[in-house]
Design a protein around this ligand. Structure first.
Ligand code: GLU
Length: 505
């Protein structure tokens, strides 16, 4: 078992958009697989047709493409263990249901929903298990001819797992250690339904993990209660030797207060809980996504990786390769991880600083164009380079840097009062003349000449720069003055200065 090849899977049910917690689960599976040179499988668990949502599967695949989480096999990836969509594996499951029936580990039950709810009324805390199954209509209480007759006549039935009571079931969990549950509290779970000829989640999940040679099951804490049942199913099939090891990841908690992270927290506090924007096909409701909100995929990955795990030091910024190297499933926390969305914004800021300026410019260009400005990608890239250290999101660039593209048509009152002195008009006139006579309008040359001129004439650096800024920007913000003037070029710089002198004097 020690030298078993690492094979892990992410197995969502296509019931809607992928929640950010699901993304974290997939990421941890990915990191674990890559770290061990193993395989990552993408399986679609769609045996509950009533909960199927069109578009969900495509959405999930696109989300992982965006995030850079690549699978080795599975739906849309192919592989030797397919099909990877459970709805295409009906025949496989049937044969395993038969096996459990033949060995007496499962039985057939005919109880109708009405009969079941009646029992629930008669018996307090009714549970279909060893203490009650003798009172029900099933193949344990009915003669086999009767069972066969009902089946032949087309009566609906389910197959239930026959759980022996009074046994301590051990779940070996890499995060939680030895989790022990007494089998008496478990009910005889439905494994198969004749109505749609489909297995339930539990059976399909176990059979597939076995057939796909899954070595580790890494999934959310909400699946921990199912784990004892899964262990018993492995036993019932005689597969204990190849049973995967479990790791149940900590819950994602609300940013503040108690309880698990929900979509409502996101709506209330203004952050997405889905990787991509989601258009609900039924209600038409649109939910925001990290991608459309302007997050870089690397930032989202880094942020999520630290929700429930950390490298044991203060290091926070880690590339995917570093995460793969440092990740340690055994060091994940048992306690829930608080979803600190403000921190995610910080990560985005950091990743914008690391990001290629051309790539950011490509995202910024459409925003510039939306404002009616026709600029080249090269010029937009220059602005990105000058301004990106001030933003958390690319879209914030416009508010801070529109003056590069559009000349001010008015001048901020407060700044005028503070910065436009009595002699400002004259000083700006002289500066304009000085600049006009420059053949070399490069940043370095301008800086040299203008600085010398200010010093020679004892004009005061702050005095000149503040007034100059007002003429070019219209207010008191922006980067280094010579960055602005050399970006604008001589003609535009002089045009803006002369207009300001006209208006303000
Ligand atoms: N289909 C389950 C889900 O939607 C899979 C749980 C598991 O990984 O076993 O999360």
């Amino acid at each position: 078992m020690a030298d078993r090849k690492v094979r892990v899977r992410f197995a969502p049910s296509p019931t809607g958009p992928l929640h950010i917690g699901g993304v974290r689960t997939a990421l941890y599976n990915y990191l674990f697989a890559r770290q061990h040179g193993g395989d990552l499988i993408f399986r679609i668990e769609d045996t509950d047709s009533t909960r199927f949502v069109p578009g969900a599967e495509e959405y999930i695949i696109e989300s992982f493409k965006w995030l850079g989480i690549n699978f080795d096999e599975g739906v849309s990836y192919g592989g030797d263990y397919g099909p990877y969509r459970q709805s295409e594996r009906r025949d496989i499951y049937k044969q395993y249901v038969e096996q459990l029936l033949a060995s007496g580990k499962a039985y057939i039950a005919f109880d109708t929903p009405e009969e079941l709810s009646q029992k629930r009324e008669e018996i307090a805390n009714f549970q279909y298990d060893a203490s009650t199954r003798g009172l029900m209509r099933n193949s344990l209480t009915m003669p086999s001819e009767e069972v066969n007759r009902l089946i032949t006549e087309g009566h609906q039935y389910v197959v239930r797992f026959k759980i022996e009571p009074g046994r301590d079931v051990h779940v070996d969990d890499m995060i939680r250690g030895d989790v022990v549950i007494n089998s008496s509290i478990l009910d005889d779970k439905v494994l198969f339904k004749s109505a749609d000829q489909l297995p339930t989640y539990h059976l399909a999940n176990i059979v597939d993990d076995h057939l796909m040679e899954v070595s580790h099951v890494i999934r959310g804490e909400e699946w921990l209660p199912s784990a004892p049942l899964h262990v018993l199913l492995y036993e019932a099939f005689g597969w204990t030797d190849t049973m995967p090891r479990f790791a149940h990841l900590p819950l994602l908690l609300k940013p503040t207060g108690n309880g698990k992270l929900s979509k409502r927290d996101g709506d209330k506090l203004g952050f997405p809980v889905f990787p991509l924007e989601w258009h609900d096909p039924k209600s038409g409701e649109v939910s925001s996504g990290y991608r459309e909100s302007g997050y870089l995929p690397e930032a989202v990955v880094n942020f999520l990786a630290l929700l429930g795990w950390n490298p044991g030091n203060d290091e926070e910024l880690m590339s995917m390769d570093e995460l793969i190297r440092l990740f340690d499933l055994g060091k994940c926390s048992k306690a829930g991880a608080r979803f600190d969305f403000v921190k995610c914004r910080w990560f985005n800021h950091e990743y914008i600083q690391k990001a290629d300026n051309r790539l950011l410019a490509e995202q910024f260009l459409p925003i510039v164009r939306e404002h009616g400005v026709d600029e080249s990608i090269e010029r937009v890239e220059k602005v990105v380079e000058m301004m990106k250290n001030r933003v958390d999101f690319v879209k914030e660039l416009w508010g801070l840097s529109s003056f590069f593209f559009i000349a001010p048509d008015s001048y901020d009152d407060k700044t005028v009062k503070k910065r436009w002195k009595e002699d400002s008009a004259k000083v700006m006139c002289d500066l304009a003349t000085l600049l006009e006579n420059l053949d070399d309008f490069s940043l370095a040359h301008q800086e040299e000449v203008v600085t010398k001129w200010i010093e020679d004439n004892n004009l005061g650096m702050g005095n000149v720069m503040n007034a100059w800024r007002l003429t070019l920007v219209g207010e008191g913000k922006g980067p280094h003055m010579f960055d602005i003037s050399s970006f604008l070029g001589k003609e535009e710089t002089l045009r803006r200065m002369r207009r300001a002198i006209d208006v303000l004097k």
